[in-house]
Design a protein around this ligand. Structure first.
Ligand SMILES: C[S@@+](CC[C@H](N)C(=O)[O-])C[C@H]1O[C@@H](n2cnc3c(N)ncnc32)[C@H](O)[C@@H]1O
Length: 345
């Protein structure tokens, strides 16, 4: 005990008390600092649609002609993409890999380029991190409230890709039985409402979102053949009253956009919209109490810092106290390390 104390004090004196944590060596640190090079290479390739231009195989000149870009610079970019493993090169001709051909070439059934354009758009905001830390808030305008249609379309496409793959699992965890009416606040493409409506033929859902987004949701709902039971509402989740008599209110990937005060206001309005015994379901990154883990949640807090006036990611304890303060009688995290919190009115 005494020995441990002496060792602890010695480490503290050297500033290395935290040496046992998962830390990086100097060489790993400098390697990570340069990772932006590979990231920028791939983002530019997606932005320019290089993989479609390479198609079933092309020389640098042919790619440059298709993209209307500079031949010398295009060849440099393509060689860089080969170096990081995103393209093949044989006898001076570039080719797609199995995965770039499948996910990044327009016309492929699984092409994700539209959704990945959202990652391309993140670059600008992350470039302002230093300034955001100085000023304490996002220094770029929040994308979704801006005028850029392409930004909105790629953002909702990215959300839809995520939601479409995880919605059935969420419905299984939460349960759609005994839900007559649900409200999907900031419901985006409507993917979660669609999954709930498919799981329970008696369920009616309402997707509330911004005007420019509900048009996209309507398209997905119609494609699913559910326009009769899943409807849309244009609204502002930061201030609107939501109505009453809902059995379930879903907040999927919403709370991280908002400040603590905005979340508390949102939870009070959700409580007022629910029948007694009704539930609010929060799906989001959930931080451990000291806020430095898990890494995806801690990094997403930084993403919100550069993108929103007051958004962040929050801990289970914070959600619990805000929900209880809004009048919810029972709050439960569905799985110990999971991303779902349910609260009953
Ligand atoms: C991160 S997305 C989540 C979408 C969907 N719930 C999901 O999980 O896939 C946030 C959604 O909130 C919507 N949103 C943002 N600000 C809003 C506001 N003030 N009022 C209504 N909806 C808003 C966005 O348009 C977007 O669809």
């Amino acid at each position: 005990m005494r020995k441990a104390l002496v060792v602890g004090l010695a480490l503290l004196a050297q500033g290395t008390l935290f040496a046992a944590m998962n830390t990086l060596t100097y060489s790993e640190l400098t390697q990570k600092m340069r990772l932006f090079q590979e990231s920028r290479l791939l983002l530019t390739a997606v932005e320019l649609d290089v993989f479609t231009a390479v198609g079933s195989g092309a020389t640098g000149r042919e790619v440059a002609a298709r993209l209307k870009t500079n031949p010398r610079a295009t060849e440099t970019l393509l060689n860089g993409l080969v170096a990081v493993g995103a393209l093949n090169k044989r006898d001076g001709k570039f080719g797609n890999t199995e995965d770039t051909g499948r996910y990044l070439v327009e016309g492929s059934p699984e092409c994700a380029r539209e959704a990945l354009m959202h990652t391309v758009h993140m670059w600008g905001a992350w470039g302002t991190l230093t300034e955001a830390v100085r000023t304490g808030t996002a220094v770029t305008r929040p994308g979704i409230s801006g005028e850029d249609e392409q930004w909105t379309e790629s953002f909702i496409a990215a959300m839809h890709r995520n939601a479409a793959s995880g919605a059935n699992a969420l419905v299984r965890q939460v349960g759609a039985e005994n839900v007559g009416r649900m409200l999907d606040v900031g419901g985006g493409s409507g993917a979660y409402s669609i999954a709930f409506a498919k799981a329970n033929a008696a369920l009616r859902a309402e997707v509330l979102d911004l005007g420019k987004v509900v048009g996209i949701a309507k398209k997905h709902i119609a494609e699913a053949g559910l326009s009769g039971r899943v409807v849309t509402r244009v609204g502002d989740l930061t201030k609107d009253e939501f109505g009453s008599d809902y059995d379930l209110v879903l907040l999927s990937a919403i709370c991280h956009m908002l400040s603590p005060e905005e979340n508390q206001s949102l939870f009070r309005r959700c409580a007022r919209a629910l029948v007694p015994g009704g539930r609010v379901v929060i799906r989001d990154f959930i931080l451990e109490e000291d806020k430095s883990a898990p890494a995806p949640a801690a990094l997403f807090a930084v993403h919100m810092l550069v993108n929103t006036p007051g958004g962040s990611t929050y801990s289970e304890e914070e959600y619990r106290s805000w929900l209880e303060g809004a009048g919810f009688r029972e709050v439960k995290r569905l799985a110990p390390a999971g991303d779902l919190i349910v609260a009953w009115r």
